[in-house]
Design a protein around this ligand. Sequence first.
Ligand code: AMP
Ligand code: MG
Length: 267
Amino acid sequence: MKLQKTTFKPGSKIRLKDFDARSTSGTTKEEAIAMCEENTTAIDELSYRLYAENTRALLLVFQGMDTAGKDGAIRHVMRGVDAQAAEVHPFKKPSSLELDHDFLWRIHQKVPSKGNIGIFNRSHYEDVLVVRVHNLVSQNEWSTRYDRINDFEELLTDSGVTILKFFLHISKEEQLERLQARLDNPNKRWKFSTADLEERKLWDDYQAAYTDALNKCNTTHTPWHIICADRKWHRNLTISSIVRNTLEQMNPEYPPAEEGLEDIILT
Ligand code: AMP
Ligand code: MG
């Protein structure tokens, strides 16, 4: 099964309008669901090995517009992750304590420890997205943050944290349908926020801010993955395949056993 290309050479120009959010990578929903099952089983075993090895970590960063499917993608990937190895951290509006520190302070504390898989629902990228769109700090300040983010991610990579950054790309039409579904379905209404409607009006500003974040922070050590996410099953398949492949490349190993165990006779 050949999936859409999700990464692009650092320095190449990424334009969101070149991506079809409705892409299926030529797969059917049935094929995708079957492959997701296989990925889940593989991720379970690999994450257990990562936990046992206890020397490296994996960090998954999820970004995307409201309703892009961050929660859904996280629920899906988490199905496969060994519970002891998993940490999920949502990043909301910063508290006054957090605002009293530099923007990476709260993020750094949540970086997964060795052996673990950390998941960020939103991240330090909000500090060049919502913060930029709403002028929460001056342009002078936010425009320096791309370099700081690249340095921060390089520090983490050098410290044994592999980072996968996922941008969930949905179309404006799909967002409308999902907002409508949140209004119509009583089980989804808790997710509806009138603030999301205000944010929707700023769609173009957000797309511009995302385009800059994707281009300026698409580094060799931590490239962005652009995930065509209008179809949830395609999103889940693409992400779970990338997580699985990455863990396979990391190839975590069980630590060596104590010496002399073969001579032990239990009585
Ligand atoms: P949700 O992900 O729907 O729970 O919403 C979290 C909200 O927190 C979103 O509206 C984000 O834009 C907002 N948020 C996250 N990080 C920041 C930040 N650094 N500054 C301001 N708002 C933020
Ligand atoms: Mg929300």
